[in-house]
Design a protein around this ligand. Structure first.
Ligand code: XMP
Length: 333
């Protein structure tokens, strides 16, 4: 427990020089901990797991085995980026698992949000465990635990209100009894980002907006179908592209599209055209406990609406969600 407490003397990592000192220290510590054994890491492409991967590649090279599970609920090009950056540029030992069919088959017909979340979480562990069992000589599991995760878990332990269960690869089956490697567990998010940049990870990856573990699964509302999921992914990519173009991407905390399981009547090429609405959500927050709405300029809204309704098959309307949190949560499910 002791080494789960951030010492008061620990300086906040705000500069490249401090980040480099931290990296050197952790490289030494990781090498000492794992010796010549292999370390497994679930690499989602999120900030925390990416920073851990880059750090461990530096420390132990090919002794690190990264597993990227594509659950079919990633945003457009997300898995491709992980393969490009880690598999190619950083030459990591990367196993890519396309588990889209496993996930989407299990989710077919399931409309209840909590049930969907549980299926996705449990199947993620199943897929990861299947991969882990195929490997030989792995004794360690690296995780992108950060300090807020530890602080929130503490509260739970004291019997206070549980904040949330974290989406690290907790709950692995008992036969996979790994020792944990958690090199960034005493860092806050802003420090993780400084360390990530010092490790040479792309700015867009280090500063990317939060993305929930269940991915587009909680934005393709109700029972997920492949066609609606595809439409959501394409519409979301357009929103992100337009936010990049007008500078909002740097400013807004979280922005995305949700697509409900509802169709309305529209008209296209002089014929009846039934389609789903794409709902724009763009919020700002400090701690995700409450959130305010970003006032997107009308010209951006018009452009996004035009592009989505003209470029994405199956979407015939665009709506703008103006609900703060509370009363709405940030995600729709
Ligand atoms: P809500 O919808 O509860 O979301 O207002 C608050 C923040 O948490 C993110 N979120 C998740 N993050 N695993 C995660 O890692 C999850 O299961 C999950 N669900 C929601 C959400 O995107 C928002 O930033």
């Amino acid at each position: 427990m002791e080494n789960n407490v951030r010492p008061e003397s620990m300086e906040r990592i705000t500069t490249k020089a401090l980040a480099e000192a931290f990296i050197d220290e952790q490289i030494k510590a990781v090498r000492e901990q794992v010796g010549d054994k292999k370390v497994l890491l679930a690499l989602s492409g999120g900030v925390d797991s990416s920073v851990v991967a880059a750090l461990l590649i530096k420390a132990i090279g090919k002794q690190l085995v990264c597993v990227h599970v594509n659950h079919g609920l990633m945003r457009k090009n997300e898995s491709e980026n992980v393969i490009e950056i880690f598999g190619k540029e950083l030459d990591a030992n990367l196993i890519y698992v396309d588990a889209t069919d496993r996930f989407l088959d299990l989710l077919a017909g399931v409309s209840e949000p909590e049930k969907k979340r549980k299926i996705i979480g449990a199947e993620f562990i199943n897929v990861f465990a299947d991969e882990a069992r195929k490997l030989e000589g792995v004794e360690f599991l690296a995780q992108g635990t950060i300090y807020p995760d530890i602080l929130e878990s503490f509260k739970q332990a004291e019997g206070k209100k549980a904040v949330k269960s974290h989406h690290n690869v907790g709950g692995l089956p008992e036969d996979l009894n790994f020792e944990l490697v958690e090199p960034i567990k005493l860092l806050f998010k802003d420090e993780v980002r400084v360390v990530g940049e010092a490790l040479g990870l792309p700015h867009a990856m280090v500063y990317r907006q939060p993305f929930p573990g269940p991915g587009l699964g909680v934005r393709c509302l109700g029972a997920i179908t492949r066609d609606r999921l595809h439409a959501l992914r394409e519409a979301d990519a357009i929103l992100r592209e337009e936010f990049d173009n007008c500078g909002l991407a740097e400013k807004v905390w979280q922005y995305f599209i949700a697509v409900p399981d509802v169709k309305s009547v529209g008209v296209k090429d002089e014929s009846r055209y039934e389609g789903w609405p794409a709902i724009i959500r763009a919020v700002n927050t400090k701690d995700a406990m409450s959130a305010t709405i970003e006032e997107i300029p009308y010209e951006v809204l018009h452009k996004v609406t035009y592009r989505i309704t003209h470029e994405v098959d199956g979407i015939n309307r665009v709506l703008y969600d103006l609900t703060p949190k509370p009363i709405g949560t940030i995600e729709w499910e």
